[in-house]
Write a protein that binds this ligand. Sequence first.
Ligand code: G6P
Length: 463
Amino acid sequence: EHAEPTGPSTAQVLVASNRGPVSYTLGEDGSLDAKRGGGGLVSGLSAVDDKLWVCAALGDGDREAVRRGVGEPGVRMLDIDADVHADAYNGIANSVLWFVHHLLYQTPVEPVFDTEFRRQWASYETYNRAFARALAEEAAPGAAVLVQDYHLALVPGMLRELRPDLRIGHFSHTPWAPVDYFRLLPDDIGEQLLRGILGADRAAFLTRRWSDAFIGCCTEILGGTGRTRIGVHGLGADADFLLRRSREPDVDERMAALREQVGEGRKTIVRVDRTELSKNIVRGLHAYRTLLETRPEWRERVVHVAFAYPSRQDLSVYRDYTAAVQSLATEINGAYGTESWTPVVLHVKDDFARSLAAYRLADVALVNPIRDGMNLVAKEVPVVSDEGCALVLSREAGACEELGEDAIVVNPYDVTGTAQALHEALTMSDDERSARTARLAEAATALPPQEWFLGQLEALRQE
Ligand code: G6P
């Protein structure tokens, strides 16, 4: 199979990901509104010339933009058939691969790999092939291509067949499953995934733990990693951006509003997440309820400010989880709330300025995922915090490798232990809290996004 370039291929650095740096919404009057995203790749890529970002059109707005030829320079959106995309993204990527790498299956009844799964898998292949073809068309001779995440695990292998001249990297933003869990996947599928990523010259991860797990899978299942080099790049927080953005007037306004909601003289336990099964929001609420139950001295004196922003709402498990979070928050407020005190303030509407306001105000940050590739909230809070913030951090977050010494580390399944950690965090002396916050901020910003990205690029270009 050979790629047929549509024009001169000039891109020297290409990034491929399911979700791109811009998305479009279609207004009722037919207008298209562009929304630009942030994140490590966006700021990393900003330092690079002759670049192209290949991503999928994700909704009606994106598809309409592609059809009208509306777009940004340096971004190519692929208008993949909506059903194929839904099977690949909702069916395989988010319901199978995400679950495998985050150990989310309830194994007595899940997973079931049946004919429906095989059908979705065929779509996952089609979707990966569409990316491989577009990259093969667009890449200049010898260009570097950085393929992102579990959505595109087959792309490196497919692209190598089409364009053996390219330097291909793959980066996993998630954990990698330990081999015994990875083996839940049908053997041929597991092998295809590993071989897909091993099509890259270099496969990289956020922490040593995840790269070791990947090497473990390759060794046991395939006998080794072959010619592919393995790397670790621990993305850090973007201090310059965060400090500037968090001091803007809209953030000040939201701080005032939050202070009002919390009430004078009360401490805050803050969490900010997508409403995501792996984030462990429900157990976090149980731990908070345990704190109020077992240490009544905290009643009226603390508020749990929880932001749980909608995510992957096409999937019923995510909708159910969102509902569970909401009903538990309501239940706790019903059981403990008084006329003057609301124990849990839950916000579900995405608002970045309000998240930053909460980071600045927080006395305690609760980051207790079941498993997380890195978790940037844990890294951002200490940077932004006004007066120091104690961090309660899951040992299963990638960030714990770098922040574990100055955080209060918890087993995310241990609700009693998490409640105890919250108490410790709330009672930490001011001096200790600020000393720890300073050290956390330093560790959290060791590898800012641009260096993180450029380091990958350089490593890929070296042989
Ligand atoms: C994780 C994944 C990303 C993904 C993000 C948001 O961080 O590693 O690839 O983009 O979640 O999820 P979504 O499904 O909304 O893109």
